[in-house]
Design a protein. Structure first.
Length: 330
């Protein structure tokens, strides 16, 4: 359950889940169930060709009784540009209707009568005329959905790293300090090496990095995110971070909680955060070791400083820089 909660705290998963939930609510709940599309008051021109033919046959019968040429012309106009072809089909195949009535209807309504039904060429029924939106909107929605799914898959399986940071809203960031290079503790070079910095005001701090083999094969991920805050108001006062390591060959994500001095010395806070991972007090040059089935992560506190204010001293961080170095586990 903790692993699932950790994954759901990552912005990538939040975006994917929000997209799927929004799609289900918009398409299924609102579009198909709550407010489905309903068509009313359709004109004869919106009917399928066979129903347009039925409509004109009824108009012929009506004209035979009332001899109203103006009404006949109006009904032919309502059918649209297909009316001439449909009347030709009716004249070619009158069925139970009188041929003279059909010819008279066509004559007095202003439509050129057909001299000989046998000379008429059979014309295939035209397709249903629909608006451009009705014809293409479902296909455009489907294409958009497929493209969005493809982008998510490419982003998740090939990039597999997500980093989101905001500039400080409290003060300008100081110039980047030069940190000493990492001194290797093993003979072989590391698989990956990363540097990440948190500063007050970056309330969405959550850096994650992909760990790949020299051949480019995805092996896992590591990262740092906010675990606990103290006090109220903005910007957030971060009192603990989560340093985590994911191994594709392991079923569990290993997590260490890097805590401020005040949080670490508070028994209740330390006990509560220990449910997320091993609690460790943050100190300059402090090294954390996280191991999974095939990976080993060495995290080092390169630089850190505490914030000041109305909260207890050394209770929240103003700035923390961590170096993450991943190795294959022997």
């Amino acid at each position: 359950m903790d692993d699932i909660r950790e994954q759901l705290n990552k912005p990538l998963w939040v975006g994917i889940i929000s997209f799927v939930v929004g799609l289900l609510i918009g398409l299924v709940v609102l579009g198909w169930w709550l407010w489905p599309v309903q068509w009313t008051d359709a004109a004869p021109s919106d009917l399928r060709p066979e129903y347009q033919e039925t409509y004109l046959r009824m108009a012929i019968d009506s004209y035979t009784l009332n001899q109203d040429a103006a009404l006949a012309q109006q009904r032919i106009a309502e059918v649209g540009e297909n009316s001439a072809e449909i009347l030709a089909d009716i004249a070619a195949d009158p069925g139970t209707q009188n041929t003279d009535s059909i010819q008279a209807f066509m004559l007095f309504s202003g439509t050129e009568p057909v001299e000989e039904a046998g000379e008429l060429e059979a014309t295939p029924a035209p397709e249903e005329e629909t608006s451009l939106a009705r014809r293409w909107l479902p296909w455009l929605c489907l294409i958009t959905f497929l493209l969005a799914g493809a982008l998510v898959l490419v982003f998740f399986f090939r990039n597999r790293s997500f980093s989101f940071s905001l500039p400080s809203t409290r003060k300008e960031a100081p110039p980047e300090a030069e940190y000493p290079e990492y001194t290797a503790t093993q003979d072989e070079p590391p698989l990956a090496q990363f540097m990440t910095t948190y500063q007050t005001g970056n309330d969405l701090f959550d850096d994650s990095f992909s760990i790949d083999s020299p051949a480019g094969e995805f092996l896992g991920e590591c990262g740092v995110g906010i675990s606990e805050t103290i006090g109220v108001g903005e910007p957030k006062k971060v009192t603990a971070f989560e340093v985590w390591l994911f191994d594709k060959n392991d079923i569990q994500t290993v997590t260490t909680v890097l805590m401020s001095k005040n949080a670490f010395e508070d028994d209740a806070t330390r006990q509560r955060l220990s449910a997320k991972g091993e609690p460790v007090q943050a100190e300059p040059s402090r090294e954390l070791i996280l191991e999974t089935a095939t990976l080993r992560l060495e995290a080092r506190v390169v630089d850190m400083s505490y914030g000041s204010g109305g909260l207890p001293p050394e209770s929240f961080f103003d700035r923390v820089t961590l170096e993450l170095v991943a190795w294959p586990k022997s």
